[in-house]
Design a protein around this ligand. Sequence first.
Ligand SMILES: [Zn+2]
Length: 451
Amino acid sequence: MQVVVALSTSDLKSLNHSEATFSSAGSLDVYHLPQMPANRSALLDWAGRSDKTATAVPAGKKISAKVKKTAGGTELEVFESGVRLFGGAGLVILKGSSDINFLSVKRAGASGNVGAKYHGAVALFVKNNHLRVALILDLDKYLRGVLQSEIPASYHIEAVKAQAVAARTYGLNPRISHEKDNANVCDSYLCCQYFGGLTTVSSPSHEKAIAETLGQVLTWEDKPILALFSSNAGGHTENYENCFSDPVTGQFPPQPLPYLIGVPEAEKFAYNLANESDLRKFYSAAPHTVDSSSHHFKWKVQLTADDVEANIHATVNAMMKDDRAPYVVAPSSGKFGHIESFAVTKRGVSGCAIEVAVKTSGGIWKISKELIIRDLFKTPGKKLARLKSARIFFDQTNNEIGHLSAITISGLGWGHGVGLQQTGAQGWAKQGWNYRSILGHYFVGAKIEKV
Ligand SMILES: [Zn+2]
């Protein structure tokens, strides 16, 4: 099965390239279609057709592409060693038998003038007046570039296999759809999962996991599921709707997903972590769960009132100016005064904070959603970009006039904790579970099917 991966700029923040330059150790065939296919599947159909005519570009020659402004809008221009090959509307595909070096983009692991390196066909087209670059390749070759950065090769093979199936599924159905980009998925970890192309070399364990699960994806009602995963769930995974908003409407909570429901990470589990007193007991007892040996399992952050006050005003202001604004509710005064206290006012089944109330002299501010709550405590002076998770509780002291003087944030795990958690998968694998049982545990009721 072929997939389309939208390739981002060197900083992984945008899909819009100002220019794109390529070379290859072998010759490249350059195909041109005067009309951009309507969608991803039409693009794949055309790319796979054998009746196309190509211009052959010899090995080692540079091919570059950019968008030219015209009276009527924009057009795509493609050059070979500075000489124009094509100009106009449509789609250009580069295909060769050797790897393609994407010289104008750098990726971790790429050195010198190599740029990023890919195996597959490169599609160039214009979208909203910007140059887009997408890679067309086999799903399992895409997965090879993903696994290296997503799970350590030293993990138990059954845990790596579970991760392989989850990552393969995610590639087909990322949380934020890339259909508008004529792609299945993008290569940035800021948006989807990191795909470094051939600059990330796969290990034998990753290869084995891919081969032994070849083409397998998780499905629900015959469609790939939203196969979310994270690092360490702190003893219990979380329901989807308690952590994420609807990717299309922004609605929070979104419609629940039947297969993304929180599960305990021990066969016997006597705590109701949605209840703060149980969460505190669980934290101090540190009972044995399959993920509890990780150093991310249990952590503490201690901040003074000065640490918090020096940053939280700017953080909340920034949130109110961007796409996080719907999750920040100001008191009627609109003022963020001196902080008096923090309290978690809603929790999910893993203990994950869904809503935090910040009592200030200007009134009570309400901040919701996992990642936004984690961001609220950003403290650059203490090298804290965000909390490791939102499975937290607060212990605080106040001064004689009732203002906060210090706060300790105790937390469990690292990441959102929805779906598969890697240290948990490792724990279950060590107890003898195979990847099918592990996936069945984290994606309740989902099937494993071959695409
Ligand atoms: Zn993406």
